[in-house]
Write a protein that binds this ligand. Structure first.
Ligand code: UD1
Length: 416
């Protein structure tokens, strides 16, 4: 099993480019199913979740070509409507293919997305919205058999602004009869990216980025060409890595306005940040605690940045109280950080981090994608050598992190 070996303790300095957004590419891949034509997607991150999404498309019968970071997907010959259980389990967000399959075939068979890495992740909001649009859902042996004579637009008030449910409804609504209005919709930038992609195909979607998304069904959609937005969580992770090592770096090809909450927290901790349209400069000499971090739906502090930011707060002066409001069980990284000398007390959805002057290298295990990122940050700041195992979690969302970080002078290597 591959692992990352990190010799920490030196400041990260240099220039890096940020990859395309994982949370955009996944719904966009699903959205290729609703087009009658080839879709060209640029700035596609080379991560294992992208490969899983492409595998799902190939399994369904799509023609998929990969040239560097550009992916060509043609779903005109897709006749299959069942996603194999093994692929559903590989990636929770595969549920996003449900809305798109229903638009294409008016039927779909999927299994419940597996595991419970961050606590329960139900899909009740997805299913009840689809039922409201005319879908009949039958559950048998862990599989969901979904059919509808025709998808019909309606008003869908979400009880929580779920990212995946908002996207699934948009994908089911683009060619539905009539108008769909999603209220209390999630406002994440990736939803706006999906809206732009769909509109480039000829869809009529507006409001993404606000809490009301309006989708007017159209009869047909063509192929299109689209560039995926930069990954704000990858940006957040590398900013935290630079700050944790008291470094100085330029991050290009990013979108600072998508990271407002994180940038304000970093500034509060003493980091100097220059934010322009598509790049960020960060310099950090002295690091103070953020005092209180409460994860919230966008534009609040992202739950996906909670673990990386905790890795950073482990080496800040003072205490930080974290409150995780989105997922019930998103503190698995804490016990691994403690192996490196971090002082953290978790209690339910709260965790109190008391910064220490130095962490020490240790052998640790990535517990999930962003938890793995937290360990990379802590290891880069720690004295001595750390080894991180189970890095397949990290590879789900970070494109060659050892290469990116070594561009900043990190002493990091992948041991195969
Ligand atoms: C997406 C992101 C993920 C991020 C999360 C929250 C993608 C591919 N993934 O995940 O990186 O951490 O948003 O910002 O974009 N919920 C329900 N019922 C539902 C749906 C959700 O109770 O039907 C709950 C979940 O259990 C969770 C919360 O709502 O507690 C947030 O989930 P949601 O916004 O749907 O996250 P995902 O789309 O799964």
């Amino acid at each position: 099993m591959p692992k990352l070996r990190i010799e920490g303790g030196n400041s990260l300095c240099g220039v890096i480019d940020i990859q395309g957004a994982k949370n955009s590419i996944l719904p966009i891949m699903a959205a290729t199913l609703v087009a009658d034509g080839e879709c060209i997607i640029e700035n596609c991150p080379d991560i294992s979740d992208t490969h899983t999404a492409l595998e799902i498309l190939r399994t369904l019968g799509a023609l998929v070509k990969h040239r560097g970071r550009t992916v060509y997907v043609d779903c005109r010959n897709v006749i299959d409507y069942e996603i194999p259980d093994a692929l559903m389990r590989k990636m929770r967000s595969s549920v996003i293919f449900l809305g798109a399959l229903l638009t294409r075939h008016r039927k779909a068979v999927i299994s419940f997305p597996g595991g419970c890495e961050l606590g329960p992740r139900p899909i009740d909001l997805h299913l009840s919205a689809l039922e409201k649009m005319g879908v009949t859902i039958r559950e048998e042996f862990g599989s969901l058999y979904c059919t509808c004579p025709r998808l019909v637009g309606c008003e869908i008030p979400l009880s929580f602004p779920s990212v995946g449910a908002t996207e699934n409804i948009m994908l089911a609504a683009v060619r539905a009869k009539g108008v769909t209005v999603i209220t209390n919709a999630a406002r994440e930038p990736e939803i706006e990216d999906l809206q732009n992609f769909l509109n480039e195909m000829g869809a009529d979607v507006c409001g993404a980025g606000s809490s009301t998304v309006i989708v007017r069904g159209v009869d047909s959609l063509a192929g299109c060409s689209h560039r995926v937005i930069p990954d704000r969580i990858v940006t957040a992770t590398y900013l935290c890595a630079v700050a944790a090592t008291r470094g100085n770096a330029l991050l290009r090809k990013t979108c600072p306005r998508h990271n407002a909450a994180l940038l304000s927290a970093l500034r509060q901790c003493g980091c100097e940040i220059e934010a322009q349209e598509d790049y960020l400069r960060i310099a950090c000499d002295a690091l103070f605690s953020a005092r209180r971090i409460r994860t919230m739906p966008y534009p609040g502090f992202p739950t996906d940045a909670q673990a990386p930011f905790m890795g950073l707060m482990c080496v800040a002066k003072g205490s930080t109280v974290f409150v995780e409001t989105i997922f019930e069980n998103r503190y698995k990284h804490i016990s691994e950080l403690q192996r490196m000398g971090a002082r953290i007390t978790p209690e339910g959805r709260v965790a109190v981090v008391e910064g220490v002057p130095r962490l020490h290298g240790a052998s640790v295990c990535a517990t999930d994608l962003r938890g793995g990122a937290a360990l990379m940050i802590a290891a880069l700041a720690a004295d001595g050598i750390s080894e991180i195992t189970d890095i397949y979690h990290i590879d789900r969302g970070y494109e060659r992190p050892e290469w990116v970080l070594s561009q900043l002078g990190a002493r990091i290597s992948r041991i195969e």
